[in-house]
Design a protein around this ligand. Sequence first.
Ligand code: ARG
Length: 460
Amino acid sequence: MAKMWDARFKKTENSRVNDFNSSISFDSRMYREDIEGSIAHATMLGRCGIITEEESAKITAELRNILRDIESGALPIDPEAEDIHMFVEEVLTNRIGDTGKRLHTARSRNDQVALDIRMYTKNQIKEVRALLARLLSTIADIAAGHTESVMAGYTHLQRAQPVTYAHYILAYAQMFVRDDMRLSQTYQRTNYSPLGSGALASTTYPIDRHMAAELLGFDGVTENSIDGVSDRDFLCEFAFDLSLIMTHLSRFSEEIILWCSTEFGFIELDDAFSTGSSIMPQKKNPDIAELVRGKTGRVYGDLVTLLTMLKGIPLAYNKDMQEDKEAIFDAIDNVKLCIELFTSMIATMTVKTEKLRAAASKGFINATDCADYLTKKGMPFRDAYKVSGKLVAYCIDRGTDFESLSMEEYKSFSEMFEDDVYEAVNLENCVNCRLVYGGPSVKSTERQIELVKKYIESVK
Ligand code: ARG
């Protein structure tokens, strides 16, 4: 295949080298960003008098046609092209002849690809954020229906203290709010145009980098041409943001997997979001949650790929950097799929509130409340803690619980116990007495739901 650099070379390229070098199979997905970047570049070249206004108009008009033709399928992307940048330029030159050859004036593929991948990142951050907004509003809706669904909160996977299902699920909302904020900050740092950095040393042409950046909706331009073409920090950041989203989805998935087991039985997944077994007729498996948990590893792998790709390459551009794309594309594709399916899965799952309540009444999760009761009556907390501990042991021996003990039994542990202890150890009361900001009371969870909803509105 003829190459742009044939003039300099005595031999044609080995066909295996061509395949090895080529990135068209994966960077073709940036065709839109590449064409829009070229339109802005050509517009700027025309306005700055580096090419004529007519040439600029001819180039930009044809680039628009190319974009339209790719999108309609009329122009298939040639798998033999080296990369998307070469492909678009070749089609342009084939269609409008010599004028097309002026597009690459004052530009290198190095600043071109740095521009494209920034634009692509910006678009994808927006898409991931839209999916997160849907996930957050789904969580807020679920929470709104469960502000009074008492359940045991766990530490060490042991029943610990009473909370509600709303409070529990809103903990995940906080993680996804932070994920969203993190993405918006990554977006800000990505939002500077490297175009005009050239191969690495900018250019001798009197280009206007700010003009091109503004045409493309960037906040500004990168400050140093060497950094402009060498920087992929924004991809590492984005991959980290995506990795942490996966961490959160994976923890949530792990709980869903546990909770839909017969041993817990706290939730039931909708049939449409479960799978059966090819041999065991009774099975209903939480494959989606398991796959989300499983895919977390590959997204972490993508982050490590990017960091490792960068760590040893000298400034400025090196071909190693072509490896950035498959890693970030893989992370983006998988995270988007995971958020989307996970959201639909939780939107359709049934929360078995009676099972949650029954489990809550079994683990002495009101033992702290019993100690607090005595403390409020004047006993030092450490003594009250001991009395409550003895009561737990007594109940375990007799197979009973705090709610069922008689007044005589209570009194035999401390004279301070009175009739109001039954209110103090009632699980619903235990939850609603936790009026502290950020706690599980109905009031507090209602406020949390409001805040999540306000956040979603504020980022729309
Ligand atoms: N396909 C290349 C990449 O993804 C484009 C940049 C090529 N630049 C170069 N000097 N060979 O990185």
